[in-house]
Design a protein around this ligand. Structure first.
Ligand code: FMN
Length: 218
């Protein structure tokens, strides 16, 4: 039997109130200030702030509108400690054995290492899981693309709230499912510490590619 069609409703256009060039430039100027931060303050962030950010992430497009994501938001200190311990265990193996020479060379300028104190200091950790199946067991489509876009929107919302995050990928991330007691169809995708930057926090002085390197017009 063909499933019932979803009724159509009028599209409500978003009016930025300024010409497109101005709106797009303003958005760029906000987004260009985003940086991955590895030094967090323990200053509290309200649950409501996190909820709005997650709602923004969850407003993302997804293959066949399956919304194949779960955002597990951790504020419990004991759970954060468990996550830090497990992440550092994997990260030590990564830096000592798993990463190849080129990967370590590419990471060296960023001065990252196996110690992850921010996993206990940041007031929130958002563990993003991708759903290999819908909660009702149905198929999902373009899983990585969908969850990647949702994470991009979540990271943008965190930035827009005046907070910082780090796109963290302790590899492999299977421990997150265990520590957070997630069902088998949820697979860890990213771990995002969220909070305010520490006083005096610094970031690597990176340059971004120019438009001529990333954009082709035909
Ligand atoms: C998929 C992905 C995984 C990343 N994993 C880590 C990580 O595990 N640890 C880390 O310190 N930074 C990680 N990063 C952050 C990058 O190093 C950072 O985005 C990059 O250096 C550019 O800096 P920016 O985010 O400040 O523009 C990751 C970024 C992405 C997109």
């Amino acid at each position: 039997m063909t499933p019932a069609r979803i009724p159509q409703i009028p599209y409500r256009a978003f009016d930025p109130g300024v010409p497109g060039e101005v709106g797009a430039r303003r958005f760029f100027e906000v987004m260009d200030r985003r940086r991955s931060c590895r030094f967090f303050s323990d200053r509290a962030v309200s649950r409501e702030t996190i909820e709005w950010c997650v709602k923004a992430g969850s407003s993302a497009p997804s293959g066949a509108h399956k919304q194949p994501w779960r955002f597990v938001c951790v504020q419990d200190a004991g759970v954060k400690t468990k996550i830090r311990r497990a992440a550092e265990h994997e990260e030590r193996a990564f830096y000592e054995r798993r990463a190849n020479e080129q990967w370590l060379k590419d990471l060296a300028p960023l001065q990252t290492g196996p110690e992850k104190p921010f996993l206990e200091i940041a007031p929130w950790l958002i563990a993003v899981f991708k759903l290999a199946k819908s909660d009702d067991g149905g198929q999902v489509y373009y899983l990585n693309e969908s969850v990647g876009i949702a994470c991009g929107m979540l990271i943008s919302a965190i930035h827009h709230a005046g907070l910082v995050t780090l796109t963290h990928t302790p590899s492999p991330m299977g421990f997150l499912g265990e520590v957070l007691h997630r069902p088998a169809h949820e697979r860890a995708f990213l771990l995002l510490p969220v909070g305010y930057p520490a006083d005096g926090a610094s970031v690597p002085d990176l340059q971004r590619k120019g438009l001529d390197e990333v954009m082709v017009v035909v």
